[in-house]
Design a protein around this ligand. Structure first.
Ligand SMILES: [Zn+2]
Length: 218
């Protein structure tokens, strides 16, 4: 009996470790993402062509944060298994094998425990209806460059701010450290974190607009 009592603390520790190792994003309470437009944002650079779009960008940022913080987004992302191939090669994250799956908590930690809360949105008058890329961003640099004419050409049932918002959700995944590992034509949309985030955001926003959901701050 004494021997068993001695073992008890180890047993409790073992149980605790089991739950720690298997914790999912839904077990962890994250603070909501709050991204603000950086005050000296290069949004106003000389090639910025239409100052009225500034309010669309403000709205897009509010919408993007709302989507990323939504239970629907978290629940859907929690059901996915993403491979380590989503890590940028230069990332100093301890990469196992490219075939291994990234732990859900690791993905959500990257998304929700962001180092910064201000971001530069740069909208430039380029792109077009036959241009696949909506913009670009880099790991750890809180700046998203977007191509106005490509975004504008996307789903014409959505307002510009909504289209810009799902593009921001996609690019935000690059900023927190996930990148594409396949060419655009061969991309596995279910296993690519940025693509999955963008498409998920698209579906959520499309529904919000259709249902007339009122978003605080817009
Ligand atoms: Zn991308």
């Amino acid at each position: 009996m004494k021997y068993l009592l001695k073992l008890k603390p180890f047993f409790i520790l073992f149980i605790l470790m089991y739950f720690i190792d298997n914790s999912t994003a839904q077990d962890v309470t994250y603070k909501p993402i709050k991204l603000y437009m950086k005050s000296n944002s290069s949004f106003y650079r000389p090639d910025f062509f239409d100052p009225t779009l500034k309010s669309s960008a403000d709205s897009a940022l509010i919408l993007a944060c709302k989507v990323l913080n939504s239970q629907e987004f978290i629940d859907s992302f929690s059901k996915c298994n993403f491979s380590f191939k989503n890590y940028i090669k230069t990332s100093n994250t301890k990469c196992k094998s490219k075939f291994d799956v990234i732990a859900q908590k690791e993905i959500f930690d990257k998304i929700f425990l962001s180092k910064k809360d201000s971001i530069t949105l740069l909208l430039i008058n380029s792109g077009g209806c036959n241009d696949g890329s909506m913009g670009m961003s880099q790991e750890n640099i809180y700046k998203i460059t977007s191509y106005y004419r490509t975004i504008e050409c996307d789903d014409d049932t959505l307002s510009f701010a909504y289209k810009y918002a799902y593009h921001i959700c996609h690019e935000y995944m690059h900023i927190v450290g996930f990148y594409h590992f396949q060419s655009p034509k061969k991309r596995d949309l279910e296993n690519d974190i940025a693509e999955k985030a963008g498409w998920l955001a698209y579906n959520i926003l499309k529904r919000w607009q259709k249902e007339g959901i009122i978003i605080k701050g817009l």
